[in-house]
Design a protein around this ligand. Structure first.
Ligand code: CU
Length: 315
């Protein structure tokens, strides 16, 4: 039964085209229409795990920080004539010791989530160097960025989230380049120019273009879960997102965030914050996250407000 389930996901993803991670509203509705068998797993909402509470306690006041991000590059509405798009950010605000940095021993640390169009985010640790989005296709794009904690929970204060639209023209992206698989935090440091001074953080991007997105309208940005989860990290698993121009019901607004796992029953998040789910079975799972109104109607914004991601749980 599980094999059949995994197979049906694979077939469906193949049917959606070459870019399974670039979920937009059209393949989102495909998935809904095909309705996966709801997984055998029973997920329950649980408390933040002790290991995260311990990390939090060891960070001083960082969790009360209110980091403000600015996208310095690319400039708003810029035209970039290269398929390598350089991202330059500035961090300010009341940081309380918050600084992006990767601890080489653990591979963890504070980082920025960087999202091209509606692809899975990439982690950006060293703001002193530009982050390179490589092999970006010609056309209109968006970058969304926001600061995150070592366990990938985003900062949700005003000013933390930034978005920029830009266009790549005659960038020369290689359409035949095999897309990097969505294997989590795989950062490519490959650099064909051996004499290039700093080896920058960066990533070969999947092919995608921006949706017809209105930055003034309610916007849900999918952040977590993503990639592969192993051992202690696989239970519980956190759902986390950014919400712009919209308040949830429980926060005094009119909106709800609806989620489902493996096309199972719809669940709702009515207060903006991370939700930890326990009870995951090993294997692949699909998570759908949508911004809806009080009647459950999807609030569309360029296809970004309904996103489906596949994750893998390894036990
Ligand atoms: Cu992260």
């Amino acid at each position: 039964m599980r094999l059949l389930f995994v197979l049906s996901i694979t077939v469906l993803l193949a049917a959606c085209g070459t870019s399974p991670t670039n979920t937009n509203s059209s393949n989102a509705s495909n998935v809904a229409a095909n309705s996966f068998p709801a997984g055998a797993q029973a997920l329950t909402v649980v408390d933040m795990p002790q290991r995260v509470k311990d990390m939090m306690a060891s960070r001083g006041e960082q969790d009360q920080a209110t980091p403000t991000l600015k996208i310095l590059e690319p400039a708003a509405n810029a035209t970039v004539s290269s398929s390598t798009v350089k991202l330059k950010l500035a961090l300010s605000g009341d940081l309380k010791g918050y600084q992006p940095h990767k601890d080489e021993a653990t591979g963890m640390g504070n980082h920025i989530h960087v999202i091209l169009d509606n692809q899975p985010y990439e982690a950006y640790y060293n703001l002193a160097e530009e982050f390179e989005l490589r092999n970006v296709a010609d056309g209109e794009h968006t970058i969304r960025a926001f600061p995150s904690r070592p366990w990938h929970e985003s900062y949700k204060n005003t000013g933390a989230f930034q978005m920029v639209k830009f266009t790549v023209k005659n960038g020369g992206a290689d359409a035949n380049k095999p897309a990097t698989t969505n294997s989590g935090q795989q950062l490519s440091n490959a650099n064909s120019n051996a004499n290039a001074a700093p080896v920058r953080e960066g990533k070969d991007m999947e092919k995608s273009t921006a949706g017809a997105i209105d930055p003034a309208k309610p916007l849900l940005t999918y952040s977590r879960p993503k990639g592969q989860y192993k051992a202690a990290e696989a239970d519980p698993i956190m759902i986390d997102f950014w919400l712009a121009n919209a308040k949830l019901k429980g926060d005094g607004g009119n909106y709800r965030v609806r989620y489902s796992v493996d096309a199972g029953p719809a669940k709702y998040i009515d207060k903006w914050g991370p939700v930890w789910l326990s009870g995951w079975e090993a294997g692949k799972h699909m998570i759908q996250l949508e911004l809806v109104d009080d009647d459950g109607g999807l609030i569309d914004n360029g296809g970004y407000n309904s996103t489906i991601r596949e994750i893998t749980v390894v036990k």
